[in-house]
Design a protein around this ligand. Structure first.
Ligand code: SAH
Ligand code: SF4
Length: 366
């Protein structure tokens, strides 16, 4: 057998062009354990991030607009069968008010997220909300939806109403692994098809995965990153699986320190592999370590998603337990983020939607 390629030359090759790493190279990189190797990986990824979008961090205000969900994902606190949850749907006018407050606070985009509801009533409600927010904010303010799997017609109506982006994690690229964390009637293929349709409809496409799932291998993680390429994702949001005791997967083992290292490796390898997409330093990383999100930024992430939902709703939106910032107002959140970002030598790109270069080049040419 040939000796493995030195890590430095592998990183150099990865940084030279997107998509050049093989599945086994991706597996090797996500599995790096030696602290020096990990540091080399993360700084190579950070250099690519700086080349692509500068030392800037884009903000998306997150609105958790409802927690009613028709699905029963085995890991999620909002699953239909969790009767411990008090269910809510924020009234339309309040959602519009909160989205306008996100715009007024200088965030470049707003994400409206909820459990999955497929009904004409919900479709029309979202349509009205999107239209109102579109009309009340500047044209470059990005409206992002994360409302689960829907029919092509519904996605088209929301796009028509003015939504720019859609986030739908595939959760894991391996269909067998997906089946092991969902009930039998949840379909990996439908989720993938939703992503394809969203892309065809002209949305900026966000997807992502959870990692640290029971039975997951480095080859599965490599497949996740290859999936991001194949589906043509513009934005990636990834996070550790955090067991929630109110769910069937609540008893799975969880080691926060190991989960953080894996998260940072995944962010770095994704950046080295995709180059010009946006990658979120997700809130779940802050559960693992107080500076988890900053470390993700230094490993190649470019976006933060502060919670901008009215405080009264936050305790009822717990996908996993230990969610940070349950008590903070948006104003406190804003000040805290600016300080955190400045400490690592980056700047918040106020009022900039941070449209992913990947989207611009696929829609406008290089
Ligand atoms: N219902 C929509 C959006 C809300 S769920 C959807 O499913 O797309 C948003 C994300 O939360 C999911 O995609 C999943 O990746 C994440 N999530 C749910 N439960 C989690 C857990 N226990 N640990 C970590 N992430 C979780
Ligand atoms: Fe519902 Fe999304 Fe949670 Fe699945 S992950 S139960 S679809 S909120």
């Amino acid at each position: 057998m040939n000796p493995p390629v030195p890590l430095a030359s592998l990183l150099e090759r990865a940084a030279s062009a997107p998509g050049v790493l093989s599945a086994s190279e991706l597996s090797r990189l996500v599995s790096l354990r030696d602290p020096e190797d990990r540091a080399a990986l993360r700084s190579a990824a950070y250099a690519v991030k700086v080349r692509v979008s500068g030392k800037r961090v884009f903000l998306r205000g997150l609105l958790e607009i409802g927690n009613i969900c028709a699905k029963n994902c085995l890991y999620c606190g909002l699953r239909r069968d969790n009767s411990a949850v008090h269910r809510y749907a924020i009234p339309e006018g309040d959602v519009v008010r909160m989205a306008c407050a996100v715009h007024a606070a200088g965030y470049g985009s707003v994400v409206m997220q909820s459990g999955e509801v497929e009904s004409e009533e919900n479709t029309a409600r979202i349509e009205r909300i999107v239209r109102e927010v579109r009309a009340a904010t500047s044209p470059d303010f990005a409206i992002v939806l994360s409302l689960g799997e829907q029919s092509p017609g519904v996605y088209a109506r929301w796009r028509e109403a003015g939504a720019d982006r859609y986030l739908l994690r595939i959760e894991c690229a391996n269909p067998a692994l997906y089946r092991s964390i969902h009930p039998a009637d949840h379909s990996w293929e439908r989720r993938r098809d939703c992503l394809r349709i969203l892309r065809e409809l002209g949305y900026q496409l966000g997807t992502g995965v959870m990692f640290g799932l029971p039975g997951e291998t480095p080859a599965d993680l490599a497949a996740d990153i290859r999936f991001f390429h194949e589906i043509g994702a513009d934005m990636i949001g990834m996070g550790p699986f955090v067991p929630n005791p109110e769910t069937p997967m609540g008893g799975e083992p969880f080691a926060p320190a190991a989960a953080l290292e894996l998260a940072l490796n995944m962010v770095a390898v994704t950046r080295l592999s995709l180059h010009d997409c946006n990658i979120a330093a997700t809130t779940a990383l802050q559960v693992l370590a107080p500076d988890g999100r900053e470390r993700a930024l230094l490993a190649g992430a470019s976006v933060m998603m502060p919670n901008a939902t009215d405080k009264v709703y936050r305790p009822d939106y717990q996908l996993y337990k230990g969610k940070p910032c349950l008590d903070e107002t948006s104003e406190q959140c804003r000040a805290c983020l600016s300080a955190r970002v400045a400490r690592i030598g980056e700047q918040i790109a106020w009022r900039d939607p941070g449209t992913p270069p990947h989207y611009l080049s696929r829609t406008q040419g290089p």
